[in-house]
Design a protein around this ligand. Structure first.
Ligand code: LLP
Length: 416
């Protein structure tokens, strides 16, 4: 059963009615459920039981410190993609030895910071990056632990903007070039070659592309073994989809079982980088209807959340269910649910059949992943607060931004 469910006609987060949260913290507001976060993590943990593994939460999905802390307490590591995420992860209490560093454009400063912190591994995405890591490690008198992120050239069959494992994508080392780069890396006194990995895309709805990618990497790993390059881990990235609407993504248990079956008898520790699957359905965006604007061809419901709060509908035409917080009787009407931002692309949902009145609360569902973390201040809109519900308790885990903070770093020109 979902942790977001109706009780006596009112939508609740665990046992807290959402109108209470709106009254206390205002809208728009992100609301997360601790039970849902922990449940999602446990599903991975249970499926992996008995195998040496490390679940490196892809913190780009939702990087609130409270959420990082919660996963760290459960034993998770982190997948990071910037110096900012490294600093944030360490501030949240993540163990450096459980952090892997992905991303196509690591700067020298970021590599230095990673080495200084003593992270578990750099997921290297190009020959030039490898050379840079060697230089930085040499200068610091350290050995850098590295794994190549290999682009296996498989089609994840997802939205083109979030597909990453095709050879036309910018990500990873080309499969055909990986062997030569491993040979070079293995010769360097400044590198510890410890793994291999892939990440082929996000919101995948099938297991087959993961299996194909894994099979290709296992072939590569065998070729490496023959040359005496023994890897300690294999990183299968993230990408498992969640249900937003009618998708039927594989259950975590089935996805992991398929991976483990392929890995049977192979000595690698298994690393994973799930993001969305851990947080996506653990959060909603709570918003209030400001105005109803009936008309032709569209009726508009203008709400107080916008594309700056949740970018996914505007950016990917992504679907998020939109539920009324208090069920009302009365005829359904078809609405475009839109925000106050001055863009035609500013919508949270199109063609939604709702019975609503001005002042009503709406819940934009499945907003725990890539919601707050992709938010912006466009139109000088302060970012929404984030609260985490734990049973009957409500914790504010990020305050609403103030308008003043939005221009605090700006300066007028001198004179005038
Ligand atoms: N590992 C790497 C190297 C990644 O680039 C990503 C996501 C993940 C792991 C986690 O993937 P997940 O398990 O969350 O699918 N903003 C888009 C998603 C972009 C994903 C980017 N990389 C969205 O809102 O759908």
């Amino acid at each position: 059963m979902s942790v977001f469910a109706y009780r006596d006609g009112t939508l609740c987060a665990e046992s807290v009615p959402l109108p209470e949260i709106a009254a206390r913290f205002g809208t728009p507001c992100y609301v997360y459920s601790r039970a849902a976060l922990e449940g999602a993590y446990r599903a991975f943990e249970t499926a992996l039981a008995g195998r040496e593994d490390l679940i490196c939460y892809a913190m780009k999905a939702n990087s609130n410190i409270a959420i990082l802390d919660l996963f760290a307490r459960m034993g998770a590591g982190l997948d990071i993609v910037s110096g900012g995420e490294l600093a944030r992860g360490l501030a949240a209490g993540a163990a450096p030895g459980r952090i892997v560093f992905s991303g196509v454009g690591k700067s020298e400063a970021e590599i230095r910071a990673g080495l200084a912190a003593g992270i578990r591994c750099f997921n290297v995405e190009s020959a030039s990056e490898l050379a840079r890591i060697v230089r930085v490690a040499d200068a610091l008198g350290k050995r850098a632990p590295v794994s190549l992120r290999v682009n296996p050239d498989v089609d994840p069959r997802t939205h083109p903007y979030i597909s990453t494992g095709l050879k036309e994508n910018k990500f990873g080392v080309a499969y055909d070039e990986a062997l030569a780069l491993y040979r070079e890396a293995a010769r360097s006194p400044h590198l510890d070659v410890i793994g291999v990995g892939f990440h082929i895309g996000s919101q995948l709805a099938e297991v087959a592309p993961f299996v194909d990618a894994l099979d290709r990497l296992l072939v590569l790993a065998r070729a490496l073994e023959r040359e005496g390059i023994r890897l300690r881990h294999l990183d299968i990235g993230g990408g498992l989809g969640i249900r937003y609407r009618e998708e039927q993504p594989p259950a975590v248990a089935d996805y992991i079982a398929a991976m483990l079956e392929r890995l049977a008898g192979r000595p690698f520790a298994l690393l994973l980088e799930p993001g969305r699957a851990l947080v996506g359905n653990a959060g909603i965006l709570l918003t209030r209807v400001e105005y109803l604007k009936p008309g032709a061809p569209h009726n508009f419901a203008i709400v107080d959340a916008a594309m700056n709060d949740l970018m996914r509908p505007s950016l990917y035409d992504a679907w998020h269910d939109i539920l009324p917080v208090a069920r009302r009787s009365g005829a359904l009407r078809r609405y475009e649910v839109v925000g106050p931002v001055c863009e035609t692309g500013d919508f949270l949902g199109r063609d939604r059949d709702l019975a609503i009145a001005e002042g009503d609360l709406l819940a934009v569902m499945s907003a725990g992943a890539y919601g707050m973390s992709m938010s912006s201040n466009y139109n000088s809109r302060p970012r929404a607060p984030e609260v985490l519900v734990d049973g009957a308790a409500v914790h504010l885990i990020r305050s609403r931004e103030t308008v003043e903070s939005l221009f605090a770093l700006e300066r007028r020109l001198p004179g005038g």
